[in-house]
Design a protein around this ligand. Structure first.
Ligand SMILES: Nc1ncnc2c1ncn2[C@@H]1O[C@H](COP(=O)(O)OP(=O)(O)OP(=O)(O)O)[C@@H](O)[C@H]1O
Ligand SMILES: [Mg+2]
Length: 278
């Protein structure tokens, strides 16, 4: 895996009050420019890991580092962290609170004390990136679920984070909404944002991510996505199945229709194109 380590947990242990340990001595790295999918069964710790990476939770032992420097959990340290790492929680209703879309998206930049023109520019840029410019004056409570999700993401994007962490961003979106969101995330990636996403969808992870991190009871395993999602024992331990594309690739290979080094199709469209090419 290339890309320098931007944010990392080193020897991190965490347990909720009165709860068993969720992580013990965890080492975890987010590498610059590498889209990372976080996968694991319900309760495996995806949300907890994301909250540790974004500073909402603090490890009991070990540390969170940004470019190798330990994060301090005082006001100054956390403000610096917020401009580097932004978390979008799964339920937009836990994130949105202002009366209108524009107000909600401007909240973070205003809180940084940025001058008004800068705030306005950032809000306009984020609304455009999420394709919700037309909703700027809309009351948040009148938005559809997908629109609320986009607004929550726009609020994080307005902070211009280097790492954008999204907790199950495609859950609850219709197929077109999912495709539009992936296109939006691709745009952010092209502009240099490192995107981390928790998902239960192995097919989506395979086509979208560079790397995958699988959370199992024995720890977190990270590596290039196609290799990780082909490890059947690890998948079973993480409560996941083999992605559609890898199943098809195995089938094609066993019939001599796919060369050994060829990763195979990642989507039905790619399969159709490959078959059309003969
Ligand atoms: N606020 C909390 N207080 C106490 N325990 C919690 C809290 N949040 C999560 N847990 C526990 O921590 C563990 C990890 O939960 P977490 O929410 O991180 O899992 P997850 O992988 O995000 O699951 P899901 O796929 O259901 O979203 C679980 O055992 C869960 O019960
Ligand atoms: Mg979760």
């Amino acid at each position: 895996m290339s890309g320098s380590v931007l944010v990392a947990l080193r020897g991190a242990s965490f347990a909720y009050a009165d709860g068993p340990p969720v992580f013990s001595g965890l080492d975890f790295e987010v590498r610059e420019g590498r889209a990372l999918a976080l996968l694991g069964r319900n309760g495996s710790g995806k949300t907890t890991l994301m909250r540790l990476l974004s500073g909402g939770l603090r490890p009991r032992k070990g540390e969170l580092t940004v470019e190798g420097r330990a994060v301090r959990y005082d006001r100054k340290g956390l403000t610096a962290l917020r401009t580097t790492v932004q978390l979008v929680v799964q339920d937009p209703d836990d994130q949105l609170f202002a009366a209108s879309v524009g107000q909600d998206v401007s909240f973070g930049p205003l809180n940084l004390g940025l001058p008004d023109p800068e705030v306005r520019a950032r809000v306009a840029e984020s609304l455009a990136a999420l394709d919700i410019t037309a909703l700027a004056d809309r009351p948040t409570h009148l938005l559809s679920y997908g629109q609320r999700k986009r607004t929550a993401i726009a609020g994080a994007v307005a902070m211009r984070p280097r790492v954008l962490i999204l907790d199950e961003p495609t859950a609850g979106l219709d197929p077109d909404g999912q495709e539009r969101l992936l296109a939006t995330l691709d745009g952010l990636r092209r502009n240099g944002t490192t995107v981390v996403m928790a998902t239960h969808d192995v097919d989506l992870a395979l086509r979208w991510a560079d790397d995958a991190a699988l959370l199992t009871p024995s720890g977190v395993s990270t590596g290039p996505v196609a290799g990780m999602l082909a490890r059947t024992e690890l998948l079973a331990a993480a409560g996941l199945r083999l992605p559609w594309g890898l199943t098809v690739a195995r089938l094609l290979r066993s019939h001599g229709l796919l060369a050994d080094g060829d990763p195979g199709p990642r989507t039905p469209e790619e399969l159709a194109a490959a078959l059309a090419d003969g």
